[in-house]
Design a binder for this molecule. Structure first.
Ligand code: SAM
Length: 369
């Protein structure tokens, strides 16, 4: 019954022709594209599903150990791998052939677990084929990954309980969903309080017209379904997530002249964001709080980047808004920060540009988080 509901999603899109020339819904089209049309990343027509983001050295070392076939079929657009992962339960939405699941498997270690969800048989078959190979490579007694076939819009159908997951990641997938609001509702249902959503995806600088949203090539290549970033913010707000942070952002260049012509002036970006299941405010508010990074996160002895404008240097005090303070002290990052102050006295709107406690001058310029 629910499966039927999912299949009907997008049924009224301009239907297109798949590899067998059949009329397809959006979900069928995507399954066909990733299951049958693409044999490896060499078959992609744009670079949207090809991460240009550089990997931290410790992640590069892990990627070098991933099986060649899994690497050849990696279609991610970013690096949705935050720090402090040991022992966590992580859910990867649209895991594909499992590259990120395998990285996460090594990083969460034997006490953690990774659930990879994907709807496409062929993608999961490749992921599962190398499960034992990676268990061996990463020296785990038992595999800590469970690959599950299903829809990211229906995590209940995959037995993923409310408040059961520490971290949700995803790499270039949510743009492909015909019901993105449902995906975010599911994410915030399964996240534990204080849990984190950290994912990379493709966004557009405007709402795309129907002719682009239903173009099978643009859809399959992760461009046609791209959310206008402001609409992403609005969808999160419906889940009571009022402050999401951009970690990194890079423009995707569509160089194919024919596709470029079809797209017109729209621009596309690969963006990695982090959002927490926390009761935050819609603006950054100043309660005079100050945070110190202790330098204790593995592979980050000198700095910790919460987002693209909160770069904490070890030992250096930073004035923070109450949202940032909560992200640091009400989540798994708490052991790595000292946060002083509480929300008993309000000093007005916070200027969320990076500044040290010494630089803070009582400016009340608009919040920027
Ligand atoms: C661009 S690929 C990215 C795969 C993987 N994250 C990676 O980085 O290689 C998109 C993947 O999402 C899966 N997918 C798309 N929409 C989905 C949905 N609604 N439910 C489950 N999986 C979906 C596809 O089957 C495909 O494997």
């Amino acid at each position: 019954m629910f499966f039927q509901g999912i299949r009907n999603m997008g049924a009224n899109m301009d239907l297109s022709r798949g590899s067998k020339g059949m009329t397809m819904t959006q979900l069928d089209l995507i399954k066909d594209y990733y299951g049958k049309v693409l044999a490896s990343k060499n078959d992609l027509k744009t670079t949207a599903c090809c991460s240009a983001e550089s990997l931290a050295p410790h992640l590069s070392r892990l990627v070098a150990q991933i099986h060649d076939e899994v690497r050849a079929k990696f279609y991610g657009c970013g690096v949705p791998i935050p720090s402090c992962l040991e022992g966590l339960t992580v859910l990867d939405l649209g895991c594909g052939t499992g590259r990120d699941c395998y990285l996460l498997s090594s990083l969460v270690g034997p006490k953690g677990k990774v659930i990879g969800v994907d709807m496409t048989d062929e993608q999961l078959a490749t992921a599962r084929k190398y499960q034992d190979y990676h268990r061996n490579i990463f020296q785990l007694k038992e595999s800590n990954i469970s690959f599950r076939q299903g829809f990211i819009e229906d995590l209940t159908g995959l037995d993923i309980a409310d408040n059961s997951v520490d971290l949700v990641v995803s790499n270039c997938v949510i743009n492909l969903s015909p019901d993105k609001e449902r995906v975010f509702a599911e994410i915030f249902r399964v996240l534990k309080p204080g849990g984190e959503l950290y994912f990379s995806d493709v966004y557009a600088d405007r709402r795309l017209p129907d002719r682009l949203r239903s173009d099978p090539i643009l859809l399959g290549e992760c461009l046609g379904g791209a959310l206008y970033f402001e609409d992403f913010r609005r969808i999160l707000a419906k889940q009571n997530c009022l402050d999401s942070r951009t970690v990194s952002r890079s423009e995707i260049m569509v160089t194919d002249p024919e596709l470029r012509q079809r797209i017109g002036n729209a621009r596309f970006f690969s963006i990695t964001t982090r959002s927490f299941k926390l009761p935050l405010e819609d603006r950054c508010e100043d309660y005079g709080q100050v945070a110190w990074y202790k330098g204790t996160i593995e592979h980050a002895p000198h700095t910790f980047a919460l987002d693209d404008h909160h770069i904490f240097e070890t030992g250096k005090p930073m004035t923070v808004c109450s949202n940032t303070a909560s992200m640091l002290q009400d989540t798994r990052y708490r052991q790595h920060f000292r946060v002083e102050g509480d929300t008993s006295t309000h000093f007005g709107l916070f200027d969320c540009g990076p500044q040290t406690a010494a630089q803070a001058s009582g400016s009340n310029a608009g919040a920027c988080c």
